[in-house]
Ligand binder design. Structure first.
Ligand SMILES: *Cc1c(COP(=O)(O)O)cnc(C)c1O
Length: 383
């Protein structure tokens, strides 16, 4: 049975985005698919098999919770890497199950060694270096201690990678900060090498870094937003289009969000629509109720501002966004019936409601709006 509201995931769009990303990747660079935040709202359980189908075998997540979900469904040949939180129990599990993870302070390194020794196994770690973001990462002093511990415990550790993260590669305003981060990173790598430590994978680049500063691709890139069909910012997009004399967007949105008309009603001039006095009908109107509201992540701030698409036409939101429904104006759209397909995000004919148009109004970035899409809206894979 088709649910009343669902999110469509387009396989062909995902493939197209991956082909584009491959085209901007230098030879022999490995691709890690960033699927934190429930795969940016697309759904981990839906995305992992689709990504594996197109050849992805490396997944980056934020937490142990997410890693558990990925491990449940991913191929035995795929690698899962945790870039952030692991509870003490999750750390044990990760080491036992061969899940790779960031070591960004001495505390985690010491716990890791204790556990690996107890389990008589080797933990697979990525050392995260502090290069100027000042979020997580080993400072130069901590790195000395860490490299000593690594040297002494070769039988309990595999140093899979050495990494860092840029503090805003998507904005040219951060150019000098990013550049100095990269310089510091390379210095620290040299220092590690001098101490006899050679990581398999050097990785620093997210989507913006990969496209804007190709030299930062090193051995592996960690790509999130672009695989879902979005440039990290308008600035990155405009810059890329200008440099490559392109006009057509090489990326395609993977996700669309659909619902259907629940009820239709005529409203007379002079009446208010919905709660309170938020919307006043200044003409005779036809209103459709759509069963999605802020409980589904449709921002309440789109009250009187948002649009949906019905029969390839914009239908503006009238009145307050409710918990479970919105009302939209269909006065000028002929022959709308109950059950009519409604596009909340995505394309209908020539028109599109983009995540960014949605988020421009509600003052969220693409990333934020996407990850807020609730887990419990069913995901449906289409071609
Ligand atoms: C989220 C994240 C990425 C991916 O960023 P995108 O801009 O979505 O490509 C890469 N690395 C780290 C450490 C991250 O947290």
């Amino acid at each position: 049975m088709k649910p009343s509201t669902y999110i469509e995931i387009s396989k062909s769009a995902l493939k197209q985005n991956h082909d584009f990303i491959q085209s901007i990747m230098l030879p022999d660079v490995k691709f890690s698919s960033v699927i934190k935040g429930n795969a940016y709202g697309h759904g981990i359980e839906v995305m992992v098999p689709l990504l594996e189908e197109i050849g992805v075998d490396h997944f980056s997540v934020f937490s142990g919770d997410e890693a558990l979900r990925v491990k449940e469904i991913c191929s035995d040949l795929s690698t899962v890497m945790v870039m952030g939180m692991l509870t003490p129990e999750q750390l044990i599990w990760a080491i036992e199950d061969g899940v790779e993870f960031y070591v960004f302070d001495l505390y985690r390194l010491e716990r890791t060694l204790e556990i690996a020794k107890k389990l008589k196994t080797k933990a697979k770690i990525h050392l995260e270096l502090e290069t100027g973001m000042n979020r997580t990462g080993l400072s130069i002093e901590e790195l000395e201690k860490a490299s000593q511990l690594i040297q002494e415990n070769q039988s309990h550790l595999i140093l899979k990678g050495v990494c860092t993260h840029f503090a805003g590669a998507e904005s040219i305003a951060n150019y000098y900060r990013i550049k100095s981060q990269f310089i510091r990173y390379k210095k620290l790598i040299k220092k590690l090498k001098a101490e006899g430590i050679e990581p398999t994978l050097k990785h620093v680049s997210c989507s913006a870094g990969t496209i804007r500063y190709p030299k930062t691709q090193m051995d592996m890139v960690r790509i999130g937003i672009m695989q879902y069909g979005f440039f990290p910012t308008k600035e990155v997009m405009v810059n890329y289009f200008a440099e490559n004399q392109m006009v057509d967007d090489p990326l395609r949105r993977v996700l669309s969000w659909k619902s259907q008309v629940m009820s239709i009603k005529e409203v007379k001039t002079g009446e208010f629509i919905g709660y309170g006095t938020a919307y006043f009908a200044s003409k005779d109107m036809k209103i459709a109720t759509i069963p999605i509201g802020y409980s589904y992540g449709f921002p309440r701030s789109l009250t009187n501002l948002g649009n949906v698409l019905i029969k390839q036409t914009y239908a503006p939101v009238v009145g307050i966004v409710n918990m479970n429904s919105i009302s939209v104006d269909i006065t000028d759209i002929p022959e709308v019936g109950i059950g009519e397909m409604v596009t909340i995000i995505g394309r209908d004919g020539e028109l599109e409601i983009s995540v960014s148009s949605f988020s421009d109004i509600s003052n969220q970035v693409n990333y934020e709006l996407l990850v807020r899409l609730p887990d419990d809206i069913p995901r449906i894979v289409v071609d």
